[in-house]
Write a protein that binds this ligand. Structure first.
Ligand code: ADP
Length: 209
């Protein structure tokens, strides 16, 4: 249930002045007690306020429902990211393919000896190399990976909407989540189209769709 502007104002007044009588709430709003009576009844029935006779209204702690738009804007990478699967530049294409299966991921992130991000390996990067008649055991992944500075990444505090836009614009399936360091980028997570789908579904739960 979405609250109207006056109901939201009443909630804020109660939060800041708990406990407070209906009379005092109406005074603060500059309205007659009778005018706000239906709002107080709705807020109490919906569980936002507790009413105690001869004491006043208390805030129950229940958060007002957000609109879908507000929920979407509030979705952050940190709340939906997965663990990154990271390999070093020297491992062979053959071993990278094994990692994709063993770790059950679609993309591997490649790091240098200092653990800083240097590349991205997708399923198709590995497939393409396998088709080329190369010796996969001898070929290191740094030869075929997409490398810095061409890597699209994001940070924990970014919104999922920003990430989704980047995925569509660049036609990629995932972004590494990084923390910036003076010497390079540390990979701290992974955000994929699956994470975005999970976020989409969670909107449905939150809004009872
Ligand atoms: P696939 O190639 O398996 O369909 P993607 O669509 O994610 O997977 O990858 C397409 C190409 O973009 C690949 O060459 C891959 O190396 C590259 N790529 C994937 N993710 C990124 C990223 N975050 N930044 C830059 N390039 C990427």
């Amino acid at each position: 249930m979405e609250l109207n502007k006056r109901q939201m104002e009443i909630l804020e007044i109660v939060k800041a002045n708990v406990p407070i009588t209906g009379e005092h709430i109406s005074e603060r709003l500059g309205l007659a007690r009778a005018t706000i009576r239906p709002d107080l009844a709705i807020l109490t029935m919906a569980g936002y306020l507790d009413a105690r006779p001869r004491v006043g209204y208390f805030y129950s702690g229940k958060k007002p429902a957000q609109s879908i738009e507000e929920s979407m804007i509030g979705m952050k990478v940190r709340d939906f990211q997965s663990m990154p699967v990271v390999v070093t530049e020297q491992i062979s294409v053959y071993d990278a393919i094994c990692h994709i299966f063993l770790e059950d991921v679609g993309t591997l992130y490649v790091v240098d000896n200092d653990s800083y991000l240097t590349g991205v390996l997708s399923r198709k990067d590995l497939l393409r190399t396998s088709l080329g008649g190369n010796d996969l055991n001898k070929m290191p992944v740094h030869v075929i990976m997409t490398r810095m500075p061409n890597i699209t990444y994001c940070k924990k505090q970014d919104t999922l909407i920003d990430v989704a836009k980047k995925m569509i614009d660049k036609q990629i399936d995932s972004l590494p989540v990084i923390e910036e360091n003076v010497d390079g980028l540390n990979v701290v997570g992974r955000i994929t189209k699956t994470n975005i789908t999970a976020a989409f579904l969670s909107l449905g739960d939150e809004h009872e769709l």
